[in-house]
Design a protein around this ligand. Structure first.
Ligand SMILES: C[S@@+](CC[C@H](N)C(=O)[O-])C[C@H]1O[C@@H](n2cnc3c(N)ncnc32)[C@H](O)[C@@H]1O
Length: 428
């Protein structure tokens, strides 16, 4: 199987599929140029100081505007055949208690991923706060919120209103209960940040979210979609709908932030697994391609993703230039695309204490890891940090977390043309 997922080939295909599309105004970086070698896990001595060294024609018809909700939700539009599988998977996922979570092979990796989300949220929240005046409303959409894993982050960010939505009703109910708990706690405290919130279950790839908001005219300051945007790359219609949902209610100057699997890294690992390989992985994660199209399609490049105890469902490669192109259609300008490995290195100086508080790295003794292949990378620290504990991730966890990237977009101002179409003022 020849797997060609380099930008130029994919762009040609995108252009063929969506006639008159020119991607010339998008990122021109070559896909291969963005491939990162599988880094070694980071290593932090004492957990205090980390060693930095080691460590579409615009798819005008692509959306689903104008389609009835029944049509949208039964998956009749745009080839959305997998959304029910995904919803069922997340609905049936039992939340492990703290003890079980601590026993999990990916306990530290989950904390590390959570830290990455905190860093991303904090980065763009602080930029927003610089633009705002005291007392201004700060409204957030948590798209694909899951069970509310980011609720405390929103509380800490002192937002005023939160919209939480997810395809899995069970998760949304749990998220709402968690919010009620936070609110009850906040009622008793003088210093807690209280915020209002609304919750609803729906498929963000098929439904126009603003029509579900209590106030459809509301303006958002931040939209966050963590570990979920890739589900919309099943089809152009779904990706278009999801991107519109991310962008259309954002105020100019507002941000859309996301964490998604890095398709280039996935393809690099697949190629490295051998010419006939359909998958790869380790003892904590596994990726198996269902799709044998040559070259891989821009939409619907489906693989089965398994992550120890938490994920086991179909996902889709996100062709990054296409994501950028769709973003621009709705006035979103790319600000950042960083792999988790790079984002970790970049934001560690400001986030070291938080990383420690969140137990985002495992504390190990270099000499005790002598025979453990999962921690072979800390052996080189034996000499320099003798006797001192090191903070790190196991090799398997690091391989799993470095499958991902963070990205951030800014909503641009616009004027209108004579046909009532927005003309966005990109400044790149
Ligand atoms: C890996 S979980 C991430 C949850 C949460 N954002 C977090 O970071 O903890 C992915 C979430 O995306 C949701 N999801 C998947 N497809 C969706 C869709 N089409 N519309 C809305 N939510 C979706 C799932 O139900 C699940 O809760």
């Amino acid at each position: 199987m020849s797997l060609n997922y380099e930008q130029n080939v994919a762009d040609e295909q995108f252009a063929r599929t969506h006639k008159e599309v020119s991607l010339s105004d998008d990122e021109s970086e070559n896909a291969e140029a963005t491939l990162h070698p599988a880094h070694e896990p980071p290593t932090d001595h004492t957990g205090q100081e980390l060693d930095e060294e080691s460590a579409a024609k615009e798819a005008d018809d692509g959306g689903v505007v104008g389609k009835s909700e029944t049509e949208e939700e039964d998956g009749a539009v745009g080839g959305a055949a997998n959304t029910h599988v995904v919803a069922n998977h997340y609905n049936e996922l039992k939340e492990a208690g703290r003890k079980d979570r601590q026993k999990s092979k990916i306990f530290f990796m989950r904390n590390f991923n959570n830290w990455i989300k905190s860093q991303l949220i904090n980065e763009y929240m602080s930029q927003l706060k610089q633009q705002m005046r005291v007392g201004d409303a700060l409204r957030v959409l948590d798209m694909c919120c899951g069970k509310g894993g980011d609720l405390l982050k929103w509380e800490k960010a002192a937002i005023s209103h939160l919209i939480c939505t997810d395809i899995a009703e069970v998760s949304v109910e749990q998220c709402q209960r968690r919010y009620q708990d936070i609110l009850q706690r906040a009622e008793k405290s003088k210093f807690a940040n209280k915020f209002t919130a609304e919750f609803f279950a729906c498929d963000s790839t098929l439904v126009r979210l603003r029509e579900r908001y209590k106030d459809p005219s509301l303006h958002l300051n931040l939209v966050s979609c963590q570990f979920a945007f890739h589900y919309c790359f099943e089809s152009l219609a779904q990706a278009d709908c999801m991107m519109r949902n991310a962008a259309e209610c954002l105020k100019p100057g507002g941000f859309f932030i996301a964490t998604i699997p890095d398709a280039y890294e996935i393809i690099r690992r697949l190629k490295a697994a051998g010419p006939d390989a359909r998958g790869f992985g380790n003892d904590v994660y596994n990726i198996e391609f269902d799709c044998s199209t040559d070259p891989l399609p821009i939409f619907g490049a489906k693989y089965q993703f398994h992550l120890e105890g938490v994920v086991d469902c179909p996902e889709f490669l996100v062709h990054f230039p296409t994501l950028v192109k769709l973003g621009r259609k709705y006035g979103l300008q790319l600000l950042r695309r960083s792999t988790f490995a790079d984002y970790y290195k970049e934001t560690l100086p400001q986030g070291r204490q938080l990383l420690q508080r969140m137990s985002g790295l495992e504390t190990v003794q270099a000499q005790r890891c002598a025979d453990d292949e999962q921690f072979a990378h800390v052996r080189s620290f034996q000499g320099t940090h003798r006797g001192r504990p090191l903070g790190t991730l196991s090799k398997s966890e690091w391989e799993a977390t470095t499958l991902y990237l963070v990205c951030a977009f800014k909503k641009c101002k616009n004027t209108w043309d004579t046909n009532g179409k927005p003309l966005f003022e990109f400044d790149d």
